[in-house]
Design a binder for this molecule. Structure first.
Ligand SMILES: Nc1ncnc2c1ncn2[C@@H]1O[C@H](COP(=O)(O)OP(=O)(O)OP(=O)(O)O)[C@@H](O)[C@H]1O
Ligand code: NI
Length: 258
């Protein structure tokens, strides 16, 4: 249902007074994501993960240039961006908590999110599922901790029943219990039939949830593996890069001299 073919994103930058250069952000990335499937997009800082999310959502900055094709359910995700997708059929849990409106209480913002997708606002249950107290609805964004703000965004993104949910580093800044609850919510969305694109730099954290793992390095796709193959010594992994990544994790006790 989500198909990216040879997606390249470059940025125009001034090099000196008049000369413009194009610097690459993402190069030739292809991927597919089916309903009910969790695809993890992992990679280090600056690898291009958020750019891919923003490209799918039609939210790239003005100085960006996009090549290749993106399709969702047979519709081309170009400019102008197809109506009825962003915030409705495609939900987004952004990396930055600054996406909350500073002037409105949490309860109102969640009610807006629910109304936009035509969902019943069962705020109490949704907050409780993410481990937030009921009183959270009366708070303004500046009264939330970073981790609370991220969970409020998650509650908003989960309103309605999106067909595609894109979560950009959803567990950063959360304590382990809150992170586990949030990943449980994402798993429940996939079980219901949503496609989930889970962006993270933390491979071990997303493995219990992901079906497939795509590894992005400096804007390019370096490996695509089944999540289940990240196990043991990683012998089932198809690419040497993924094997090296897996064996380099501290918990796998990699011995460089062995
Ligand atoms: N508006 C912009 N103008 C120029 N370059 C940009 C812009 N936005 C992103 N980039 C560049 O594109 C690259 C990828 O950025 P992106 O935000 O996708 O990384 P990321 O993988 O999400 O990293 P992180 O894990 O830190 O969030 C970076 O090198 C960044 O400098
Ligand atoms: Ni990012």
């Amino acid at each position: 249902m989500l198909v990216l073919r040879d997606v390249t994103i470059t940025f125009r930058r001034y090099a000196g007074l008049l000369r413009q250069v194009e610097v690459p952000g993402v190069r030739g990335v292809s991927l597919r994501l089916a309903p009910g499937e969790v695809l993890a997009l992992v990679g280090g800082s600056g690898a291009g993960k958020s750019l891919i999310a923003h490209a799918i959502l039609g939210l790239l900055p003005r100085n960006a240039r996009l090549r290749g094709t993106l399709e969702f359910d047979g519709q081309v995700l170009g400019q102008p961006y197809p109506p009825g997708l962003r915030g409705r059929r495609i939900a987004f849990l952004p990396q930055q908590a600054s996406h909350l409106d500073p002037t409105a209480r949490v309860g109102r913002q969640l009610a807006w999110a629910a109304r936009r997708v035509g969902a019943r606002a069962d705020l109490g249950a949704r907050l409780a599922a993410l481990g937030l107290p009921q009183g959270t609805t009366r708070l303004y964004p500046h009264q939330l901790s970073g981790g609370m703000a991220r969970r409020v965004l998650a509650a908003a993104a989960g309103a309605g029943q999106p067909d595609l949910l894109i979560a950009d580093e959803p567990t950063v800044g959360l304590d382990p219990a809150s992170a586990a609850r949030l990943l449980d919510r994402l798993r429940a969305e996939a079980t219901r039939g949503a496609a989930v694109l889970l962006i993270s730099h933390d491979l071990p954290a997303i493995l219990p949830l992901a079906h497939r793992v795509a590894v992005l390095v400096e804007g390019g796709m370096r490996a695509e593996e089944r999540a289940a193959d990240f196990a043991g010594q990683g012998d089932a992994l198809s690419s040497a890069y993924a094997r090296a990544l897996w064996r380099a994790l501290p918990q796998n006790g990699f011995d460089p001299d062995a």
